[in-house]
Design a protein around this ligand. Structure first.
Ligand code: GLN
Length: 540
């Protein structure tokens, strides 16, 4: 029998529900349980694929090509839960299903309503996670208690215990206890209100995870327990972690959260095995080296837009006992001020993915600087396309080289629309998406990093390296070191005559985990470290 855990959030958004849910998933897995994770998002977009990174942060792509919420990135980084289309539902998706059923006449003439039809569809989505191979399904509800659009989801999760048995369900509510500087006091009232609202809907949380910037003290804890009708030991304090998000599980273990969950759900679980994780935390806390990587992008002021890239850099750093300092550089500013001003002193340069023309010239300048000054360079998706354009303009001397995404009339469209994108008209879910095999040239930096001949990586793009230019690039020193199995699509390019210059059409950042950093990120950070050490050596 699959047990269900529901994670809701109150008081304010951005409390780290995703991280807490992922941490709970990990703790249960490390007690030998088989876990599935799921996120329900109350917004109306069918998926976040069409949303701006400013609105929504990064779009996280899964193997099966679904474009999902960035919390799924936390799930993959913390757990081994297999994720797919069923792992992320939005209001838009739920309504789409109901409306399609209605059009097919499946409701047999009934009036189709939020309750029960929408709520039933949500329940189906949740229950689709259960199965003989799943011990615990964790469903996180996006948004904050009190949001109008979240109500059908709350109603659906309220009904689940009636179907699967109260003893098989557990409600965890995440709240905030703010510290008011003027009053020099921590305030529990917002938490009381938020739990009050949940109880009005008919949900009594079993466990409260309380975010606070400093320990809240026994008195506040007792107050919360009494007013919220929750056992004292089930009020778990989660004090802000400033060093790393990977410290979150430790605090939860110290407060006995895994034991409490297992006990409340009546699960027979093994003992907790976190040795490798604790060992990693020790390395995070005591780094032996330091390295500075510039990330040159266009959504730079929005921390969540390149979330997985920043995480992957950290992971690579952990494996080299190294702290990675990220210098976030706005590409347009770089175009104005020049690379010498903004990039001097960095040990590596990364240009991430993106869409649209803004910032392109700054990214190309950064790549030129990396290539000419022999600074380790890593390009990802649009970052690879910019590397190809830069090489075409400055080495092949095709001065107007461009991507047809930006300038259709160029004489040298070195990046062009993928053949099967030419007939695509709809925007949602129509890019080249998800896991694709990539065959590596055995004598390449890529093969050296991976230690394999064939890999699988996740994609999200419409444009590609124009194959007509292949031999000109190769003759001039840019090698295509990874291709689709038929050899038609260029997936990786590199410059062998450079300390570390590699760019990939795919998104390696979606496959990096803290304990198993992605081989390309590991190789890139290692090269940056070498550069750093040699600079220190010569006193630069
Ligand atoms: N805009 C480019 C394309 O569609 C790159 C996409 C990306 O970086 N994810 O091909």
């Amino acid at each position: 029998m699959t047990k269900h855990i529901f994670v809701t959030g109150g008081v304010v958004s951005s409390l780290g529900k995703g991280l807490t849910s992922a941490s709970v998933g990990m703790l249960l897995e490390q007690r030998g349980l088989r876990v599935r994770m799921q996120k329900l998002d109350p917004y109306i977009n069918v998926d976040p694929g069409t949303m701006s990174p400013y609105q929504h942060g990064e779009v996280y792509v899964l193997d099966d090509g679904s474009e999902t919420d960035l919390d799924l990135g936390h799930y993959e980084r913390f757990t081994n839960s297999p994720l797919g289309r069923e792992s992320n539902y939005t209001t838009g998706q739920i309504y789409l299903r109901v409306i399609e059923k209605e059009r097919r006449g499946e409701y047999l003439g009934k009036t189709v309503q939020v309750v029960p039809h929408i709520t039933n569809e949500i329940k189906n989505a949740i229950l689709s996670l259960s199965g003989p191979d799943v011990d615990v399904a964790i469903t996180e509800l996006g948004g904050t208690i009190g949001d109008i659009e979240g109500l059908p989801f709350l109603e659906a999760i309220r009904q689940i215990p009636l179907e699967v048995g109260k003893e098989n369900c557990l409600f965890i509510h995440l709240t905030l206890v703010p510290y008011l500087r003027a009053a020099r006091e921590m305030k529990t009232k917002p938490t009381q209100h938020s739990v009050g609202q949940l109880r009005e809907i008919g949900i009594q949380p079993d466990i409260l995870v309380v975010r606070c910037e400093r320990p809240m003290g026994q008195e506040n804890l007792e107050k919360i327990a009494m007013f919220c009708n929750v056992e004292k030991r089930a009020v778990i304090e989660e004090v802000d972690k400033t060093l790393s998000i990977y410290e979150v599980p430790q605090g939860l273990v110290e407060h006995g959260l895994d034991k409490l969950i297992v006990e409340k759900l009546g699960i027979n679980a093994g003992s907790l095995d976190m040795d490798e994780w604790w060992d990693m935390l020790r390395r995070i806390r005591n780094p032996e080296h330091e390295v500075t990587i510039a990330v040159v992008g266009k959504y730079i002021e929005h921390r969540d837009a390149y979330k997985s890239i920043y995480e992957s850099l950290d992971h690579a750093g952990f494996s080299h006992s190294s702290r990675v300092i990220v210098k976030r550089i706005e590409a347009e500013e770089l175009a104005d001020q020049g690379p010498e001003v903004l990039l001097s002193g960095v040990d590596g340069i990364l240009v991430p993915g993106g869409f649209g023309m803004r910032g392109i010239e700054g990214k190309i300048e950064a790549i030129r600087y990396a290539r000419q000054c022999e600074i380790p360079f890593f390009g990802i998706c649009l970052g690879m396309q910019c590397a190809v354009i830069e090489f075409a303009r400055n080495v092949l001397e095709f001065k107007d080289a461009n991507s047809s995404e930006f300038v259709d009339s160029t004489n040298h469209p070195v990046i062009c629309l993928l053949e099967d994108q030419k007939t695509v008209t709809e925007k949602g879910g129509t890019m080249r998406l998800g896991a694709q095999p990539c065959v590596l040239d055995e004598d390449s930096l890529a093969a050296w990093c991976y230690g394999e001949k064939e890999v699988s990586e996740r994609h999200r793009h419409r444009y590609e390296f124009n194959p007509e230019y292949k031999s000109q690039f190769e003759d001039a020193g840019m090698k295509i070191s990874g291709t689709s199995p038929s050899g038609t699509l260029a997936e990786i390019v590199e410059i062998p005559d450079h300390p570390w210059f590699l760019a990939a059409q795919f998104h390696p950042e979606f496959k990096s985990k803290p304990l198993t950093p992605h081989p390309l990120f590991r190789g890139f950070v290692e090269a940056a470290l070498k550069r750093h050490q040699s600079r220190v050596h010569v006193g630069l």
